[in-house]
Design a protein around this ligand. Structure first.
Ligand SMILES: Cc1ncc(COP(=O)(O)O)c(C=O)c1O
Length: 562
């Protein structure tokens, strides 16, 4: 009898253990299924693979025919390259000289300089098409460098510049006047802060506000609050989405440590919703609405543009539908839904992505333009989520400070920005935004098509990316032709063009003329020649072979970087 009950208990325990392992296994499988099939979707593997990529580069002759182009094409490319180099050396002489002097002491500049183009081409490019990192003034939609050259600004200052530089210059000027009497007193608030809070609550539709010094910090705080209130550990981010450079939101390449409490899931996927429904450790879901332009892909940069596979298309309705479903699952599972609107807030619509897509979040982060031209990060949120202490547990707090948060000058510049949104001029600027920018993108694409140029743009309102129709290894060269035509891009090149909303039709026409001229010159110089048999996959495969060959015999054709 005793033996029988012991055996029964034993089997019972075994069955329970088996059931638990099966549930765990099922959860693991669900998680695997919810990962995007690319390396971007597998952060740990991506870091491992990245650590295996060997450095090698092309010498002066291979540079022009790395795709085995015929000699005549390589010669045309060389002539075009030399012409560009001569133009850069003369037209941007002083700016280049000052940049070269400063680069050695500015680590950021060394980094951006190294990652402007695919690394195999970097040495030759850096030698001849030198970086010109300085500008001296801005006016309207133009920037002027140290040589007096004027450029149409397509950098958008990383997205800060929504209303045009003149606006921010005035906002900062007025802010200095308004709070000058108080000066940089930190701790006690300048009264202007109360007005900011009132306006932010109205614009976000949320109950409370906290101020920080950058978008990265705002995201850190939003995630920390979500963890504190749900008492759960994990955050979910979607494949490819950027949320600043804090470790937990950057689990892949770029972060020396693995992010153990982050799940990177497929955007716009039922598999991801299933994970949200079944896991009990998820505190929050972070959404960067910019991903609507390229779901599951990282921000496009020219440094990885080794072929023509860049792809982008914004399906606003489909993304809105996805956000609605995500919202419903988060509500059902008590998961905090965070919209990271640091980039798109106040750009897509006055009420940001919440208004644009018609979905409300529990916490929203803002930054960039909201500072009226000065550094800022803001969290707006529902009351119960913003609270940093518990009434019944006085020692259980959610700590967040920051010496410079609520800086009077920043608060006053923010107030200028927020007040401006109420003016008829601002309302006019925001009216029919999508129609305006979609029409401009279509017009440019029509012009490019009419001239049979193998390039087109995709956009999400005023945020654009350049896509390439040829499986070419040299698409990244377009950034240098654009610069020669007086169009300023940020260091990620043609991956992201950011327009300020004060671009007039005439400004835009001029940008279009220059864009087409740049593409035409690049075409004439032979960079878009391609072997008819070449495909993007074949190009990637060949590059992989090159890498393996260099990994196996590192000295072959290999030059030291810099
Ligand atoms: C969506 C998003 N979140 C967070 C950040 C980080 O903001 P910051 O650079 O101010 O730290 C950025 C910056 O580009 C961003 O685009």
């Amino acid at each position: 009898m005793e033996w029988a009950s012991t055996t029964l208990a034993f089997y019972g325990l075994g069955a329970a253990a088996l059931a638990t392992s099966l549930v765990t296994l099922r959860r693991r499988l669900e998680l695997s299924k919810a990962k995007h099939r690319t390396l971007t979707g597998h952060a740990r593997m991506a870091r491992r693979v990245a650590s295996l990529v060997p450095f090698y580069d092309y010498d002066d002759s291979r540079f022009f025919c790395s795709d085995d182009a015929p000699e005549e094409v390589a010669a045309r490319r060389r002539a075009g390259f030399e012409r560009l180099a001569a133009l850069y050396d003369t037209r941007f002489a002083e700016t280049i000289r000052r940049t070269a002097e400063a680069t050695d002491g500015i680590s950021d500049l060394q980094f951006t300089d190294a990652y402007r183009v695919p690394f195999q081409y970097g040495r030759v490019v850096r030698q001849h098409l030198k970086s010109a990192a300085f500008v001296q003034s801005s006016a309207g939609v133009m920037l002027t460098d140290l040589d007096g050259n004027q450029f149409y600004d397509l950098t958008g200052s990383y997205g800060v510049n929504v209303l045009g530089y003149d606006f921010y210059k005035q906002a900062i000027g007025r802010a200095v006047e308004r709070v000058g009497e108080l000066g940089p007193v930190l701790g006690p608030y300048h009264p202007v802060i109360a007005d900011n809070v009132k306006r932010l609550k109205e614009l976000s539709g949320l109950d409370e506000v906290s101020f920080h010094m950058s978008g990265t910090e705002a995201v850190m705080q939003a995630v920390r609050l979500a963890r504190y209130h749900t008492r759960r550990s994990h955050l979910v981010r979607f494949c490819g989405a950027y949320h600043g450079w804090w470790g937990d939101v950057q689990p892949g390449i770029g972060n020396p440590l693995p992010a153990h409490e982050t799940y990177t899931l497929k955007d716009m996927s039922d598999d991801s919703l299933r994970v949200l429904r079944t896991r009990r450790d998820i505190a929050c879901v972070l959404v960067n609405p910019l991903q609507a332009l390229h779901p599951n892909a990282s921000a496009p940069t020219d440094s990885s543009l080794v072929d023509g596979a860049r792809n982008a298309h914004c399906d606003k309705d489909a993304y809105a539908e996805w956000l609605k479903r995500l919202r419903a699952v988060c509500t059902e599972q008590n998961i905090v839904l965070i919209f990271d609107e640091v980039f798109v807030g106040f750009r897509l619509a006055m009420g940001g992505a919440q208004e644009y897509f018609g979905v409300r979040a529990d916490l929203v982060t803002y930054g960039k333009t909201l500072g009226g031209g000065l550094p800022i990060g803001v969290v707006c949120g529902r009351k119960h989520l913003m609270k940093r202490f518990r009434d019944d547990r006085p020692a259980d707090i959610c700590f967040a400070r920051g010496t410079f948060n609520s800086h009077p000058y920043v608060m006053a510049a923010m107030n200028e920005f927020l007040r401006y949104l109420e003016t008829p001029r601002a309302r006019e600027l925001y009216r029919d935004l999508d129609r305006t920018w979609n029409a401009r993108a279509q017009r440019l694409n029509r012009r490019l098509r009419d001239e049979a140029l193998p390039v087109e743009v995709a956009n999400m309102s005023s945020i654009w990316t350049v896509c390439y129709l040829r499986p070419s290894r040299y698409n990244w060269m377009l950034q240098y032709y654009l610069r020669a035509e007086g169009l300023a891009l940020s260091w990620i090149g043609t991956g992201r063009l950011i327009f300020s909303l004060n671009y007039t039709e005439a400004d835009f026409q001029a940008v279009g003329d220059r864009f087409v001229a740049a593409a035409r010159a690049m075409q004439q110089d032979g960079w878009w020649w391609h072997d008819p048999a070449a495909t993007n996959t074949l190009i990637k495969r060949r590059i992989l072979k090159e890498m393996i060959a260099h990994r196996l015999s590192p000295k072959r054709d290999c030059t030291q970087r810099r």
